[in-house]
Design a protein around this ligand. Sequence first.
Ligand code: SF4
Ligand code: SF4
Length: 201
Amino acid sequence: MTSTLRFKPVNAKPFIAEVMARSGQNLVLCYQCRRCAGACSVGEETGYMTPDRLIRMIITGDRDQALDNALVWKCVSCYTCGARCPNGIQTGRITETLKKMAKEEHMAPREPTVAYFHDAFVHSALRWGRVNEMEFMALYELRNTVHHLREQKFGALYKEIKAQASLALNMTQLKRMHLTFLYVKGRSEIKRLNKKFRKKS
Ligand code: SF4
Ligand code: SF4
């Protein structure tokens, strides 16, 4: 992916302020040394989009591109970039913030499967206090299936079902996936904390 930087001074100030406040990261400390770029775990997947370039997009007020790019959707929150950054900037927190902002603006996710995975994970964890693997897989696969059917991608749907069935079998054999219904005590407390967090963010 190649990208042209579009400096939008009017948009820049409020956008930087919002991302900084919500992510807790001091972006204006970034001096574009690119140490984070060489460390990014998903660099091969995201090509042009590296953490330093994402920060530059925010600083220049290019909201559209900052909310819709491969790094925002493919970042795995490993925090390697933050460990390498001389200014301690955690791009993983920034990508999470931008993903939330894109969702709030009802933007179509660039990577729908990542969005489905994320939604199913959060839904299950909030409901049961931990990820209930059966429910999580069912929710995720249901949305994936509907997506493929809508797009009429029958070959992709077949491949997906085959791959996931094989993965589920392997994980069950290795006792990494449980066929029982998993939950924890104190679920109301978790829901209360989530509600409180949502009000603040
Ligand atoms: S390592 Fe830190 S200062 Fe350097 S470009 Fe990346 S975010 Fe900016
Ligand atoms: S936290 Fe995200 S942006 Fe940073 S190194 Fe990991 S994958 Fe890359």
